[in-house]
Design a protein around this ligand. Sequence first.
Ligand code: ZN
Length: 285
Amino acid sequence: MQAWRIGDVTVTKIIELEALGGFRFILPQATREAVRPMHWLYPHFMDEQGRLKASIHALVVQTPARRIVVDTCLGNDKQGRAVPHWNDLTSSFLADLAAAGFDRTTIDTVLCTHLHVDHVGWNTMLVDGGWVPAFPNARYLMGRVEFDYWRDQRAWTEQVTVFADSVRPVFDAGLVDLVGTDHRVCDEVTLEPTLGHTPGHVSVRIRSRGKEALISGDFLHHPCQMARPEWAAQVDYDARGSTQTRHAMFAALAGTPTLLIGTHFAGPTAGHVVREDDAYRLIPA
Ligand SMILES: [Zn+2]
């Protein structure tokens, strides 16, 4: 199990799924030919053939006073997902969470960086044919802009189903707090707008005892985007906006001691951003 310490805060990674290759539907420009010359991606973030490695995981942020789950992956038993193997999952995610010391009933805060399918799944679980909150003692923090945008979708998309089975049930249970993109969660944890991927996308800033970390969310999906910040994800709502965000965030992080913890980074998952040539790279922590 991987965990990082930032002053008095611990961040623990709970893996739901890991993947090798199959990334073209997210980053169409990241062909094997294009990424193989980025030697620093090997071995943690790609294999010898240039197949990209990725992960879907939750990050548990334990502060002196709060126990926060950042992003809740895909969830079990979900239907109507566009990626075939994301349907009808039967992973041991909740048991793994409990084994790491975080029984689901002890979680006091769930924080969704945005409301895409792979960030809200374990908000709910299937009980007697209905979706119920998986974290019944938590407040679920969601961006107000983000929530309104997905609630108001009329044309059918995968995300309409996702909202219905993984967002609406926790809202109807009265567990959701709609917050601004710069919301302060507690002394050590603050949201930070990193727009473009979705209309209300946020990253999560952690500060404690002079140490600092940033949980990325999906303003980037893979470290190869540090070398090519203009590579937007296929699913980015605003590709120009997400590209501006990547340039601004990498410039601000580069050369600083801030630990970047990637929401979909495989292997070491966290590291430090440094300048390389006219772009950036990640030095795994
Ligand atoms: Zn994602």
